[in-house]
Design a protein around this ligand. Structure first.
Ligand code: ADP
Ligand code: MG
Ligand code: ZN
Length: 562
């Protein structure tokens, strides 16, 4: 085992020891190396691939965490080719499986699938092949539903197991097991049956993003005793991370300017909140002479693949997409991923933005952080147990001005982090910030919400802004202290108070929508104390033109110096 783990640490060489080429002399090493070249036509392994393959070949259970596009599939495909029998692969989407089967066919690796659309005849052949000593295929791809629902499949697996033909189990997108992950799928929860029935078969779980908590959860759900976890460095040094405050009127204009100028002739993705937004933003970009097309779950499958194809072959420059545009996309030269609306969690953001720069060339990941969007996303995830907490983490990522964006993500994913590794490749590392006392402002705005609730009135965040800015209904204007801050500043403070528990969310359901209101949070009462103060960090030189103009007029903007 030591040598095996030696293989793992070779991916992250320690500073002091001189670099030495790890030499592997396992009984399978020669065959693995030979097939890497002859079958997969690859010249060398990428970091962690060899370690993962050696661990799996030696019968260990394994979790492999590696950013999307780095080559996780090889870590079970190559062992499958070098083992007796076949490898069972569980994957969440039929389209993903079909892509892999197509690829495997092109390199002459026999592989088959069993899914809802398999014909009777195909299924029969596959089921027979599973217990054929000559193994007509090396990989069998199934959906988790199939495992959960088909007793026939389970019975054949059992037979194959007893004949020593079930070589390995690979669970792709393994984070789908856990409700804490970003893409929970109920059928994955039932996959524990595999390890319980076939305890001697090594299992490998693969994912691009999973915190250690999610992995622990997956381990429990899959009933693996002591898996070894290999985590590839999650940092993507070639990506530049940036957050811009979103001004609804001018957001699409800013995006189109970026696409026409900075990203001229380069491919990218614009992620949006909803299907409607996908259509609308795509149309807006088209009007500005950008070759853009929408992509969302409600389109015909043939239209979806057409958009994907046009984009892959550079016939269009931009896909304006909902999160439905995700799994299975492996275009290497994506130069920008722009979020027109924030993601619902940092996991999602890492995954979505991570589609940029897979060729290791530099690429930009820009989020437009809008006040109203927070509440749109919040009501969308209202049914998810951990939805609000995850969204708050995403909002904190955007609101943050003093911690390197990479450090924020590293902390979130439980990664060890060294601040030098960013290399000024995020906006925070390139900007200054200032710390301001906002206690007086906080008291004013908290009072507005308090007054409203004493009159049995619920206020949406937008109404709170308006009231505070003196734009609300006249009846309120007499009683509240109107602020001289700009709208962006007002929004920023409200977000800060929400993130820190001075406000909290108050949902209300109608048959058609969910409303988000602000109510006093657990810490609001502290503001009644004279000695309680709140500070907030703000970026320098980030406010809108309007704010800058106010500053130039020297109106009393006391806390945002340029
Ligand atoms: P993941 O599942 O991690 O997102 P894939 O397994 O789909 O990634 O692989 C992504 C791409 O990387 C594929 O085109 C694959 O052929 C390529 N690839 C995998 N391993 C290597 C390697 N060692 N050298 C070069 N390319 C590789
Ligand atoms: Mg994959
Ligand atoms: Zn940074």
């Amino acid at each position: 085992l030591q040598t095996l783990e030696g293989a793992c640490s070779s991916a992250q060489p320690s500073g002091s020891s001189k670099p030495r080429k790890p030499s592997f002399n396992f009984s399978w090493s020669e065959e693995v190396q030979a097939k890497l070249c002859s079958v997969f036509q690859l010249s060398k392994f990428r970091p962690l691939q060899q370690a993962a393959i050696n661990l799996s070949m030696s019968g260990k259970d394994l979790f492999l965490v590696m950013p999307t596009g780095r080559g996780k599939s090889l870590c079970y495909q190559l062992p499958a080719l070098c083992s007796k029998g076949f490898t069972l692969v569980i994957a969440p989407l039929v389209s993903l499986m079909e892509d892999q089967l197509m690829y495997l066919k092109s390199v002459n690796v026999p592989a088959v699938t069993l899914n809802a659309s398999s014909t009777k005849e195909d299924s029969k052949q596959v089921l027979a092949g599973m217990i054929d000593k000559n193994s007509p295929f090396k990989l069998l791809y199934v959906t988790p539903e199939k495992i959960a629902k088909s007793k026939l499949l389970m019975s054949k697996l059992e037979k194959a197991y007893n004949m020593d033909l079930l070589a390995r189990i690979a669970v792709d997108e393994v984070h789908c097991c856990s409700q804490w992950g970003h893409d929970f799928r109920p059928d994955y929860k039932l996959l524990g049956i595999l390890k319980r029935q076939f305890p001697k078969v090594p299992l490998v779980g693969l994912t691009a993003t999973a915190t250690s908590n999610v992995l622990k959860d997956c381990q429990k759900i899959l009933c693996v005793q002591e898996p070894i976890t290999l985590t590839a460095p999650f940092n993507r040094p070639n990506l530049y991370y940036e957050v811009r405050f979103k001004d609804n009127e001018d957001c699409v204009e800013q995006i189109s300017q970026l696409i026409r100028e900075r990203y001229k002739n380069q491919s990218g993705i614009v992620y949006v909140f909803s299907q409607k937004d996908a259509e609308a933003v795509a149309t807006d970009l088209q009007k500005r002479n950008i070759l853009a097309q929408p992509y969302h779950a409600n389109m015909e499958p043939s239209d979806k693949s057409l958009v994907h194809q046009r984009w892959s072959s550079k016939k269009i420059q931009v896909v304006v997409a909902t999160v439905a545009f995700g799994m299975g996309i492996d275009k290497a030269d994506v130069r920008f991923v722009i979020h027109h609306t924030i993601s619902k969690s940092i996991e999602n953001y890492y995954q979505e933005s991570g589609r940029a720069g897979r060729d290791d060339g530099s690429a930009d990941c820009i989020v437009f952080f809008g006040f109203a969007d927070i509440f749109r996303v919040s009501t969308m995830v209202v049914m998810e147990n951990t939805g609000q907490q995850k969204l708050q983490n995403m909002v904190a990522y955007c609101q943050n001005v003093d911690r390197c964006r990479r450090a924020m993500m590293a902390i979130h994913f439980d990664e060890v982090w060294n601040d030098d590794e960013c290399n000024q490749m995020c906006d925070v590392c390139r900007h200054d910030y200032i710390t301001m006392d906002i206690t007086k402002h906080a008291r004013d705005v908290v009072t507005i919400v308090e007054m409203a609730s004493s009159m049995d009135e619920k206020l949406t965040p937008l109404k709170v802004c308006d009231a505070w800015l003196g734009k609300g209904p006249a009846k309120h204007r007499k009683t509240i202290k109107v602020t001289s801050l700009s709208r962006l500043e007002v929004e920023s403070i409200i977000i800060h108070l929400l993130l820190h528990g001075y406000f909290s969310e108050d949902f209300s359901f109608t048959p058609y929508t969910t409303h988000f209101y602000l109510k006093l949070g657990r810490k609001a009462a502290l503001l009644k104390k004279d000695n309680h103060s709140i500070t907030m960090k703000m970026r320098r030189r980030v406010m809108s033109h309007a704010t800058v103009k106010i500053r130039e007029c020297k109106t009393k903007l006391d806390f945002l110096s340029v």
